[in-house]
Design a protein around this ligand. Structure first.
Ligand code: MN
Ligand code: MN
Length: 467
């Protein structure tokens, strides 16, 4: 067919109007294969990092393999030095010192490595009607009805009576048992079905089934409870009182999986926000001789409001930067005032089954790349870090010149709900800060879904920012 000339209006449209396009059309086939390849080790990372502690441990392993050493606040670090600081094993700060003086500012990427889950209560173990169960208290924004009748694994740490610690993990290997929360059969769910969805399973009904076999002794009560405690004691050397000095969590059991016949997506527990942690980690490892010093933060407690010593409302990031700058005779605040930050956390992808919660013109789409959010918050942008046009302009130019596929988005329709993340805890230190992240379907569900194209382009965005 003969090629027809474009009309003046067509050319004008190309010049003046936006033309968003799926990353699958914008990337070459080799590049898409590369993105899929990038995601294979990410899926392995997710399988190893189901709690913040496991994520920090796995990351320190990767950092040490790549020449990062524990940070010593008394030392003066210079260009090319690579350090990390574990914040009580639950959060992590790591950095590579750049060629420019610290007074020129640093590049900060901040994500979080905690995810919604079910924590055991301090006195979790009980027997009722000859079943042994654990009482739980949910952590983060959990839609409780989603957690019944699925396989769960137990992860965490117990401090025994003598002060020794034992790490617990049951339910991830095929040979190990899993646990589950019971739901009603439809035949008898007449009353439950009338409940509001948020109460489909109530908080006090999130009880985890852990045993049904009694210990063989006619004389004692709670035979099933004693039997499971005996098994826990044999495996971990713990007694019932040890639960009081423990952090044990139920998380969805099993591995990350490809989703779709085209294998273009990943279904897994905890993309929020280990997807930003992992992609920023991979970018960091390729930015070890940076122009500007970069600081990468994996925070804890984001899902409960960033409070506590390992959440970003604490001072560890500010202190780390002050300690890094002090031997150079520079104040931490001087560094921060000239710093720039990508606050990295997932956002909602448009879901065609629930179109009413989003403004289609201003929502992230799966496969359209990393999502930049100028602001988050709820209602009239309440509690948001609304970045300025100047910094948005800088980020836009940086991403475009690096060929990153990216989009902008808001978290749903105005007044539909909303949310926020760690951006405000960093912008208050004076750094230019904007939100970036991977669009997610079924966010906070036991299985969340992301696009491999988006995961890869978020990594490219971090790389453009850090190198
Ligand atoms: Mn998050
Ligand atoms: Mn979240």
């Amino acid at each position: 067919m003969e090629k027809t000339e474009k009309t003046a209006a067509e050319l004008l449209k190309e010049k003046l109007l936006r033309n968003p396009k799926n990353g699958g059309l914008r990337m070459g086939e080799d590049e898409i294969a590369g993105a899929f390849g990038f995601c294979a080790p990410y899926m392995e990372f997710l399988d190893k990092a189901k709690t913040e502690s496991e994520a920090v441990k796995a990351t320190i392993g990767i950092l040490e393999e790549n020449g990062f050493v524990p940070f010593d606040p008394a030392k003066k670090y210079t260009a090319g030095d690579k350090v990390y600081q574990s914040i009580r094993g639950k959060a992590l700060v790591f950095a590579a010192v750049g060629k420019r003086p610290l007074s020129d500012g640093v590049r900060i990427v901040a994500s979080h490595v905690d995810s919604p889950r079910l924590d055991l209560k301090p006195n979790p173990l009980y027997e009722d009607s000859e079943l042994a169960l654990f009482k739980t208290h949910y952590y983060g924004g959990v839609r409780k009805y989603q957690w019944a009748a699925i396989p769960l694994a137990l992860h965490g740490e117990v401090i025994r009576k003598d002060g020794t610690a034992v790490t617990v993990s049951i339910g991830e290997c095929e040979s190990e048992p899993v646990f589950t929360i019971n739901d009603l059969l439809p035949h008898l769910a007449k009353d439950q079905s009338e409940r509001k969805l948020k109460d489909g399973i109530k908080g006090e009904e999130l009880n985890v089934l852990i045993g049904s076999l009694p210990i063989r002794d006619e004389k004692i009560s709670d035979k099933v409870k004693l039997n499971v405690m005996k098994l826990l004691n044999e495996k971990y050397g713990i007694i019932e009182d040890d639960f009081q000095s423990a952090e044990l969590s139920l998380v969805p059991a099993g591995k990350a999986r490809d989703i779709g016949l085209d294998r273009s997506m990943i279904g897994a527990y905890g993309h929020d926000d280990r997807v930003c942690a992992y992609t920023s980690l991979m970018a960091s490892l390729e930015a070890t001789s940076p122009e500007y010093t970069w600081v990468n933060v994996f925070a804890d407690k984001e899902e409960t409001g960033s409070k506590g010593k390992t959440g970003l409302d604490a001072y560890f990031l500010e202190y780390f930067i002050a300690d890094l700058a002090k031997p150079h005779g520079i104040e931490g605040r001087t560094v921060l005032a000239n710093s720039k930050c990508l606050s990295a956390d997932v956002t909602c992808a448009f879901d065609p089954s629930f179109p009413d919660v989003s403004d289609k013109r201003n929502n992230a789409f799966l496969g359209y790349g990393a999502c930049i959010m100028k602001y988050t918050g709820g209602g009239g942008k309440s509690s948001t870090n609304d970045t300025d046009a100047k910094f948005m302009g800088e980020i836009r130019m940086m991403l475009d010149s690096a060929g990153v596929i990216w989009q902008t988005g808001e978290l749903g329709k105005v007044d539909q709900g909303g949310g926020g993340t760690v951006a405000s805890f960093i912008s208050r230190l004076g750094a230019d800060t904007v939100d970036i992240g991977v669009p997610v379907l079924s966010m906070h569900a036991p299985m969340e879904t992301v696009s491999k194209i988006d995961v890869y382009n978020t990594y490219l965005a971090f790389k453009a920012f850090l190198v």
